[in-house]
Each structure stands twice: as C-alpha cells, then as structure tokens.
Design a protein around this ligand. Structure first.
Ligand code: FDA
Length: 283
C-alpha cells in the first residue's frame, strides 16, 4: 500500500533533495548542522543499491556546490549488505572516495541486530582507509555495546551514540528505559573521556542534561562534542542548545522510501498516532 506523503511530512524533509534544501538552509542559518539521510533500506536488488550509491554521490557533490553545512548518513542494507558483503564494501568505499574528494563525511547508521557485526566489520575496514571521513553508530540498548564501545573508543572512532530504534529480543537488548538510560550514560562518559568528538543522539531531556553536567564537571568543553536530534522532533530544544553554544546537528531524512523510517518514529511514541489521525482528519 502506498501511503500519501503528507502523513510523513513531520519527519521527512521532502521527497527530493531539492525539496529538502530550503529546510537544510533554514537550520544552517540558525547555527545547526545537518546529516542527510536518503531514505531506503533492506535493498535486495543490485539495481537499487547501485542507484542509491549514485544518488548519494550526487548528494555529496550538491552539498559541496551549495555550501551546505551537512554530511550524510547511510544504511549499509541500502548499499547492498543483504546481497553480498564484498559488493557492499565496494559501494561503501566508492561513496567514501567521493566523501574524501568533497572533504565530507559519511556516518554509517546502525540497523537491526542481525546486521550489527557485519556493519561494524565494514566500518573498521573503512576506518583504516578513510579515517576522519567515516563514522559509526552504537545503540545503548544492545548488551554487546559495552565491548563495542570500548574497542571503538580505543580506535578513536567517530561514534554517534543513540538508544536504538529496532525491536530486539531480551537476549540481545535491554528492554526497560531506566536500564537503557544507565547504559547510555555509561557509554557517553566513555566516549567523552576517550574520543575526540562524540555525537550524543537523543531527545531525552534527562540524558541531554546529564551529558551537559558530566562534560562540565570533567572540564570537557562544549566544542568537544555534539548533540544530534531527528528532523521534526524537539526543534526548539535544538535551537536553544545552539544558542547556548553547543554543537547541534539534525538528522534530515528525505526521499520517497519513507515508510520504514516513518513507522519506527510512529512506534516510538503513542501520541504520534493521534498526530497522524488528526492530520488525516484535517484534510
Ligand atoms: P525517547 O524515545 O525516550 O524520547 C525522549 C523524548 O523525545 C520524548 O519524550 C519525546 O518528547 C521525544 N521523542 C522521541 N522520539 C519521538 C518520536 N518518535 N516522536 C515524537 N517525539 C519523540 N537508532 C538506531 O537504531 N540506529 C541509528 O543509526 C540511529 N540514528 C539516530 C540518529 C539521530 C540523530 C537520533 C536522534 C536518533 C537516532 N536513532 C537511531 C534513533 C534512536 O535510537 C531512538 O530510537 C530515538 O532517538 C528515540 O530515543 P530518544 O533517546 O530520543 O528518547
């Protein structure tokens, strides 16, 4: 079933790059950087992965031409990870070549736990070659993240820390918010202490305040880390943080394949169901 785009508008900046540009510029003008996510995941045909690579390379070139303060986030399942790991590596490295040419950066999003190990493996290979042009994501809810964070911190990797957005079983992931918050704090502290520029991705007020206080108490300046939030959520908080001198980056999804991303956002918050219903009723 193809749902109409107006439903996704709150979370998605446009169905094309051009439609998203004014929103990116508006954020940039407020001192907020962006990371662009061309929507798409779980690709099973080479044709789609090839197209995604080509589209993303064009996005990197347009970011440079239009002097946007933005990098990109990619899902390796969109670059062919479910088709063949070597093929996916070739695609990722081709994208990273363009990122290096345009002096930009590619964040590899983290996906469901079946893909955690292959994604981390490919990140580590990419990091050896592309260094500061590539970064990774760690999900605080996964039991394995304690070890992964330690290794990534040791490498000095550029890590975005988030809670985790996929439905995972108890043997794989923490299930309750207090425990997820505790893990998030523990990993945020490690990243703040041991890596150059951690990215703290959450809308959770308690965690944002905790990170600010922990950093201040440990004499870690505002310039040494970044808060990241999703397009359409807590925009005022982002603007306030930027005005207070914190680095802020908004994850801006765009494109026509918005359904899986949109569904994750809806499942996260019951009130979003009401938001969607009221949007439909208003039309
Ligand atoms: P939590 O869900 O507790 O929300 C805290 C508050 O934020 C809520 O009370 C509400 O006000 C607001 N809020 C949060 N989500 C909302 C929603 N959907 N609708 C409305 N309000 C909402 N995950 C992943 O598995 N892999 C990844 O690569 C990434 N990447 C990523 C990048 C960035 C920049 C962010 C901010 C998040 C991700 N995530 C992610 C998603 C992340 O794992 C998590 O699912 C969401 O951020 C929600 O968790 P919070 O920490 O924001 O807290």
């Amino acid at each position: 079933m193809k749902l109409p785009y107006f439903l996704a508008k709150r979370f998605v900046a446009g169905e094309t790059f051009e439609a998203a540009v004014p929103k990116i510029m508006e954020l940039n003008n407020k001192g907020i950087k962006t990371t662009l996510d061309l929507l798409g995941e779980q690709v099973t045909e080479r044709k789609s992965a090839d197209q995604a690579l080509q589209d993303y390379r064009i996005v990197l070139k347009k970011i440079e031409e239009q002097r946007l303060r933005s990098n990109i986030s990619v899902k390796l399942s969109m670059m062919g990870l479910n088709i063949n790991k070597d093929y996916c590596r070739d695609n990722l490295f081709a994208l990273l070549d363009t990122a290096r040419e345009t002096d930009n950066f590619v964040r590899i999003d983290m996906e469901g736990s079946v893909l955690t190990q292959p994604i981390l493996d490919l990140f580590k290979e990419a990091y050896k070659i592309y260094g500061r042009h590539v970064g990774i994501v760690i999900q605080a809810y996964l039991h394995r993240s304690k070890d992964d964070i330690a290794r990534l911190a040791e490498m000095g990797a550029d890590v975005r820390l988030c809670k985790g957005a996929y439905h995972e079983p108890e043997r794989v992931a923490l299930q309750h918010m207090p425990a997820i918050r505790d893990a998030f704090k523990e990993y945020a502290a490690i990243l703040l202490q041991k890596t150059t520029f951690p990215r703290i991705a959450t809308h959770d007020e308690e965690l944002v305040e905790w990170v600010k206080n922990y950093a201040a108490a440990n004499k870690i300046g505002k310039a040494r880390y970044e808060f990241q939030m999703l397009y359409g959520l807590r925009q005022n908080t982002c603007e306030d943080l930027a005005a207070q001198g914190y680095n802020v980056r908004i994850y801006v999804p765009f494109g026509t394949r918005w359904l899986p991303y949109f569904t994750r956002r809806i499942k996260e918050r019951k009130e979003n169901v009401w938001f969607i219903l009221s949007t439909m009723l208003k039309r």
